[in-house]
Design a protein around this ligand. Sequence first.
Ligand SMILES: Cc1cc2nc3c(=O)[nH]c(=O)nc-3n(C[C@H](O)[C@H](O)[C@H](O)COP(=O)(O)O)c2cc1C
Length: 176
Amino acid sequence: MKNIIVFAGSNSKTSINKQLATYASGLVENVKTDILDLNDFELPLFGVDLEKKSGIPEPAHQFLKLIKESDGIVLSLAEHNGAYSTAFKNIFDWMSRIEAKTFYGKPMLLMAASPGGRGGASVLAMAQDRFPRHDAHIVETFSLPFFGDNFSEGKIVNKDLNSALKNKVQTFQKAL
Ligand SMILES: Cc1cc2nc3c(=O)[nH]c(=O)nc-3n(C[C@H](O)[C@H](O)[C@H](O)COP(=O)(O)O)c2cc1C
């Protein structure tokens, strides 16, 4: 059975992106899902001086290994000031120092959710531009705006958005 890893680019304990990623991963059939949380991979703030002094911390190696051993990635990015959250950028920077091909060509369903109307459009665009340079194979992207209106009790309640996501999940599934 294929194994997918699922996580949010957020360290919020109530992350809306983790909720979306978890829901989307539940739509993927016949796979083992490993739902990860950045809070379980505690890392100091990346800096070249710290790297020179102490090397790369173990949690960055551990997370990268999970990517490498997976068959696919479901990732939903939080948008902070139009960009990655600090927590995501930090682990991304650390991992990129171990392996520039950070995503190992794994099929990726890339998403973003936000409480407002843009649905994390800026961070999604940033990741779509950047991740392929790190060997990401982005199969589909999905943006969920107005999270508070469109998501309730663990699922998307807006019919059109839900069927759009289901179609994208099917394409992702075929790529696994
Ligand atoms: C520092 C900060 C900056 C933010 N900047 C944006 C932004 O640029 N665009 C946006 O849509 N939401 C922004 N937000 C709101 C986030 O989208 C919201 O907090 C969301 O819940 C983050 O996702 P998460 O719950 O998965 O962490 C910001 C929130 C914080 C705390």
